[in-house]
Design a protein around this ligand. Structure first.
Ligand code: NAD
Ligand code: MG
Length: 385
């Protein structure tokens, strides 16, 4: 295989670490262009040196001097701040892993798309916020968007070789999160520490809380709506506590294709890195006899309203998914800080959605404006509550 260049946006996070673990095992296949982080300069510099990156970018500009120090003598370029982040992302690497958490990843992801390479997308909040604008940019710039969110990667694999017109249902599986069997009363007392402890996956704090509220599945429903435009009424969610079946596609003839694998993000990441080929991973092989049982049940939107709110936001379209995402980001941060209770997260998102109907954004700047306004309203409503 020819050597390809790669940038990892969000290199110090959970997806970043899984990606770099695979790259570390395939050093001959990849040249590392940019590695980025929000503020963890020590880890970023360590990774940039290990992988001989061309440039390391810290989003928090105040930390640039510290990064310069940490990289001195290495010949690795150091940069800081949001515009440096987008500039580095837009340097035209053959392959970009978009693994920043939140809408903060939108501008750099768009910069990579505009250079027309392959973009492996973990950063679902970016696509949820800018769905139509991002998918239009992918088409306009001849970029390739490969999903590495496990469900969407599964669906992508199950759709290969089949025309979308034959799809009857796309079913996203959901673990249901750590609280799937909790009563409403118990949910109202859930703590951040309890929410972050996911039974199947080891993930960043924000997505762990999203998994507990089911906003993760709500965001993924919107993500699927933009990635696989078969119509919102063909997208369903099913709770599957074992997280082995990562999603399914049912065709009009009654055939259902599913993708199965261990709960290890290196599997979908490897599928994107090697696409359309395959590569080895160190992941444990799937031992279904050991697992024994795969179970499925309907989601409960009474206790977990997030998927209903997300479906309504996707139906409304325009800037509404960006409002839902921004309100959720603010609410999750407030929950993690101990400012609001667990069941207030969805209630708060619903309040923000009810208070604000922005015009449909027509470009990146408008999406960022909707995101900013929704955050401001989310904070005001939170103070008032
Ligand atoms: P994480 O919190 O572990 O890592 C986030 C990364 O983004 C870090 O490198 C951090 O430095 C960087 N970052 C954070 N805020 C930033 C900002 N304002 N500007 C620039 N960089 C910033 O998160 P994660 O679990 O790796 O998730 C990353 C993305 O992948 C999220 O969108 C998440 O929903 C998605 N995802 C994660 C998993 C998983 O298993 N972790 C699975 C599917 C999808
Ligand atoms: Mg997922």
């Amino acid at each position: 295989m020819m050597m390809r260049s790669i940038s990892v946006l969000g290199a110090t996070g959970s997806i970043g670490a899984s990606t770099l673990d695979l790259l570390r095992r395939n050093r001959d296949a990849w040249r590392i262009e940019a590695l980025t982080a929000n503020g963890n300069v020590a880890e970023l510099a360590r990774l940039a040196r290990e992988f001989s990156a061309s440039i390391a970018v810290v989003a928090d500009e105040e930390k640039l001097p510290e990064l310069r120090d940490a990289l001195s003598g290495s010949g690795i370029e150091a940069a800081g701040g949001a515009s440096a982040l987008a500039e580095a992302a837009g340097r035209g690497a053959d392959f970009t892993v978009a693994a920043i958490v939140g809408c903060a990843g939108l501008a750099p992801t768009m910069a990579a798309i505009e250079r027309g390479g392959v973009i492996a997308l973990a950063n679902k909040e970016a696509l949820v916020s800018a769905g139509e604008i991002m998918t239009a940019a992918v088409a306009r710039h001849g970029a390739t968007l490969l999903p590495i969110d496990s469900e969407h990667n599964a669906i992508f694999q199950c759709l290969q070789g089949n025309a979308a017109e034959h799809v009857r249902w796309i079913t996203l599986t959901a673990s249901g999160g750590p609280f799937r069997d909790w009563s409403w009363e118990r949910l109202s007392r859930a703590t951040p520490a309890e929410a972050i402890k996911h039974p199947n996956w080891d993930m960043g704090a924000k997505i762990s809380v999203d998994s507990a509220t089911m906003f993760n599945k709500g965001l993924e429903l919107i993500e699927a709506h933009y990635l696989f435009p078969v119509g919102l009424d063909r997208l369903r969610i099913i709770v599957h506590p074992q997280s082995i079946v990562h999603s399914m596609v049912e065709y009009r003839d009654g055939s259902t294709l599913a993708q199965l694998g261990p709960s290890d993000m290196r599997v979908p990441i490897a599928s994107a890195l090697a696409w359309p080929e395959r590569m080895d991973t160190p992941c444990a092989p799937l031992d279904l006899a050991e697992i024994g049982e795969l179970t499925f049940r309907k989601p409960d939107e009474e206790r977990f309203p997030a998927t209903r709110l997300a479906r309504e936001a996707a139906q409304a379209g325009g800037g509404i998914p960006a409002v839902l995402n921004a309100a959720n980001e603010v609410a999750v941060a407030a929950f993690l800080n101990g400012q609001i209770g667990f069941t207030r997260i969805a209630a708060h998102v619903e309040d923000v959605l009810g208070s604000f109907a922005p015009p449909a954004p027509t470009g990146l700047a408008e999406v960022l404006a909707v995101d900013g306004e929704a955050r401001a309203r989310a904070r005001i409503l939170m103070e008032a509550a």
